[in-house]
Write a protein of this length. Structure first.
Length: 341
């Protein structure tokens, strides 16, 4: 089969490799749509630790081709989404209900072969059926939605209070939609790119601002002069974290969702955090939220995402398109298409 593998040192190759074989508790899949994530570009640039050689792709929607003899509840031909994490089960986080913090976790597309291939095998426990009628591209969004759901669980925004989202890329756009479902008001989005500000509007943001401008008046108007009760950093930036603290209301809660450069450092005042009783929260992965994300696929305005797709031979171009923001969301379509007659 054909697969796109990362070999380390920025080397990405389309190769012919052996077809994977499912065991008795596995499912054999044909990936139909694989979302290109910032993590994929970070892996190839060397800023995110992986285990090469490895097939990339962890935002996966696929058709079931075969099921192991001990697998129940999954049928051949069914469209599923993959929850891309395996945990050791032995460490303290695993044995205290916090598996997503497992230091030895393994992820398809990072440590194990992922979805940018014509075939993929995963344990059946990682395969979640999606409702009939859900397009493969929407199903492939389940993993980022699940991460956003966990982040919203951590933030626990209050209905009727103002919430800010910094960064209106795919994750920030999902956060905007989830904040609207949670009843936050107004939801204010910040992004320097006009295309992403447009996406924020389409996903339901009440106010959309360019953070490069002086937005003091607009923020005061949106928050009644109190600041934001909740702020989401969907960028991953020390500067954004500093802005989030400065714009927070007394008792405000700040969620650090975006993945930042490990070398970045923010200039924060511990006294300010103490005096205003601010809460700064981290969030990682999607513990026990993948099933909930599946249930949201038809409730979120995913049809508003303007997408672009590439075949396996176009993965380098897809990564460049993801970096350049040429579409709201980039996908890989691993299955070969027949040439026209």
């Amino acid at each position: 089969m054909k697969a796109v593998r990362y070999h380390g040192d920025g080397t990405l190759l389309l190769e012919d490799i052996a077809d994977p074989r499912p065991g008795p508790e596995d499912v054999l899949l044909a990936p139909e749509a694989v979302g290109v994530c910032g993590t994929d570009t970070h892996i190839v640039s060397g800023h995110f630790v992986s285990r090469p050689p490895v097939v990339l792709g962890h935002e996966i929607a696929a058709r079931v081709l075969a099921v192991g003899e001990r697998v129940d509840g999954l049928d051949v031909g069914q469209l599923i989404t993959v929850e891309p994490h395996l945990y050791c089960g032995r460490c303290t986080p695993c044995q205290t209900g916090r598996q997503h913090l497992c230091p030895d976790r393994q992820a398809p597309g990072v440590h194990l072969n992922g979805g940018m291939a014509e075939r993929l095998v995963v344990p059946a426990t990682l395969a979640y059926p999606v409702p009939d009628g859900v397009p493969a591209e929407h199903a492939a969004m389940t993993e980022p939605i699940a991460c956003c759901v966990h982040g919203m669980d951590r933030l626990a925004p209050s209905s009727g209070l103002p919430l800010a989202v910094f960064g209106a890329g795919p994750a920030g756009a999902i956060m905007i939609a989830l904040a609207k479902l949670a009843g936050a008001y107004p939801v204010v989005a910040f992004d320097p790119q006009e295309t992403r500000r447009d996406l924020a509007r389409r996903m339901g943001a009440d106010v959309v601002l360019d953070p490069r401008q002086d937005v003091t008046h607009e923020v005061a108007s949106a928050t009644g002069g109190d600041g934001f009760a909740a702020v989401i950093d969907a960028v991953g930036s020390a500067r954004v974290l500093e802005q989030a603290v400065s714009m927070s209301a007394r008792g405000g809660r700040i969620l650090v969702f975006g993945v930042s450069d490990p070398a970045e450092r923010a200039d924060l005042s511990p006294n300010d955090i103490y005096q205003r009783e601010l809460t700064i929260l981290g969030t990682a992965l999607n513990p026990y939220t993948h099933r909930r994300a599946v249930s949201l696929l038809q409730r979120l305005p995913l049809h508003e995402l303007r997408t672009r797709s590439f075949g396996l031979d176009g993965v380098p171009d897809a990564l460049e398109a993801q970096r350049g923001g040429v579409a709201d969301k980039i996908f890989i379509r691993p299955q070969p298409t027949e040439a026209p007659a």
